[in-house]
Design a protein around this ligand. Sequence first.
Ligand SMILES: Cc1cc2nc3c(=O)[nH]c(=O)nc-3n(C[C@H](O)[C@H](O)[C@H](O)COP(=O)(O)OP(=O)(O)OC[C@H]3O[C@@H](n4cnc5c(N)ncnc54)[C@H](O)[C@@H]3O)c2cc1C
Length: 551
Amino acid sequence: MATTDNSLDALFPVLNTAQIGRLDSLGRRRRVSRGELIFDQGTSVASLFVVLSGGLEVFSVSGEGESRITIHEAGQFTGEVNMIARRPSLVRTRAAAASELIEIDQATLQRIVQTDPELSEIFLGAFLRRRAVLIAQSLGNILVIGSSYCAATLRLKEFLSRNGHPFTYLELERDPGVQDLLERFGIAPSDIPVVFCHDQPVLRNPTNAQVAACLGFNAEIDPSRVYDLIVVGAGPAGLAAAVYAASEGLDVLVLEGNAPGGQAGSSSRIENYLGFPTGITGNDLASRAFIQAEKFGAQVAIARSAGGLTCQGRPFSIDCVDADPVHSHTLIIASGAEYRKLPIPNLQQFEGVGVYYGATRLEGQLCAKEEIVIVGGGNSAGQAAVFLAGIASHVHVLVRGPGLAESMSRYLIRRIEGCPEITVRTQTEIVGLSGNGHLEGLTWRNRETGKTDTLGIRHLFSMTGASPNTAWLNGCVALDEKQFVKTGADLSPEDLEAAQWPLKRQPYLFETSVPRVFAVGDARSRSVKRVASAVGEGSVAVQLVHRVLSE
Ligand SMILES: Cc1cc2nc3c(=O)[nH]c(=O)nc-3n(C[C@H](O)[C@H](O)[C@H](O)COP(=O)(O)OP(=O)(O)OC[C@H]3O[C@@H](n4cnc5c(N)ncnc54)[C@H](O)[C@@H]3O)c2cc1C
């Protein structure tokens, strides 16, 4: 499915007679009169509409009123990603004339995309392309007002971008009229960032979870249900598990503390994942995988962190931060890892305002034509260097060791060597950061000579080794000395005895010291830290989930 073709034909395909015939037999005919509201922006959309005659006008709605995006004519259909993700509409749709429509309810649409490959390709392709256009043109139902001197602004922008949600952004220091707007709403500069979310009360410096709630991301999650499987983490491993589990008929919930994609979602371009010879951005990979999981009926709760696990007794109970606990018969731990922090006392002061942990288009915009530093010698640092070299005026890559060869793929080393905008500084580490409100300077030290240099560099990308996200497990399962989850044959007799392993059989591959709890991907001890292996482990674990459910 080529989702980059944004021609009108690709965005708004016309269904042929046979395709309309199939939909006609599954939906219900409906006549509407000119001007009738079909659905409004911000409301949940229960159906997709195919136009048989007449037309449906689609509008984006903002404080300035309606602006028409398109008109669906005979043979065309409504909808975008929200139809599959079961989220409120980003647009308003009204009948442009007396029209005859076929209405397909959401459950039927879900069945169609799972069982009719031809219509699935047409619908999902159009939905993804339409969402891409809404993002590119900032046509959403949310306005963010922020500041480049405020870390929470970058957090919110990253959260919305990584969730593929279009938004309009105004910057206090740059956009005229913002100050007046804030005064009109009685908003103090200390409330920044503020979010105007459809017609709800203004949110002042909201958490990601508050923004997710106002956008209706998690409206469908039912805490009273006992799921067959809960997956914690929607990185490559968790999303793969969700796709396989849901497509094989399991009732599955994924808890994701931030946005789908995990570490891979923060990559500018992944070039070694099978099937993408020219590479794919982490964001694209994540949004496709997310839609795939939702298409098969998995539920993905966004900005919902697992805060604790109760593993005695069945079903398992998973505490959620600021939300009700959820329950399941089996559990897959796919909570991955995140970069270790640099040991600099005032680091936190600059996180989001000069110190970044991702290198996507969003961070790239912040450092255009400026000198930057990337700390780290792994593939993620290499990718970031190559990507940012095309944006920044110069890139310094700092590694503590003698070179890149030990930790980075050959193809990236070659690109770095061939790029005059990148300087690799070996045996070098950051020892100081300074600035007022934003990073304004940093000091690095050569570990061999002890010589230090202080430079007026305003952007530092920290991409050093990763620590596992396993603190939420409350000691329920056995961990290795670095806090990664031990599974299968890596569990020693002592581990099993300490965990009071109750079964005659040994733990399955990827099973932890608690029966029915599995761990996959970067959070797992001795796993290969790669997208492909995370995806592979997530899919394999589902086979074992079936096995334990039938025991
Ligand atoms: C910048 C960068 C570039 C990379 N490039 C490549 C590459 O080119 N090729 C390659 O093969 N690999 C690459 N990698 C490595 C690859 O991305 C990881 O190996 C892979 O993402 C691991 O997948 P995972 O699902 O196990 O964990 P993660 O990707 O870490 O995902 C874990 C998810 O769990 C969520 N989470 C954590 N704790 C909780 C909680 N308590 N409750 C709910 N959710 C939680 C996190 O928010 C996250 O979304 C790159 C990594 C980075 C950082």
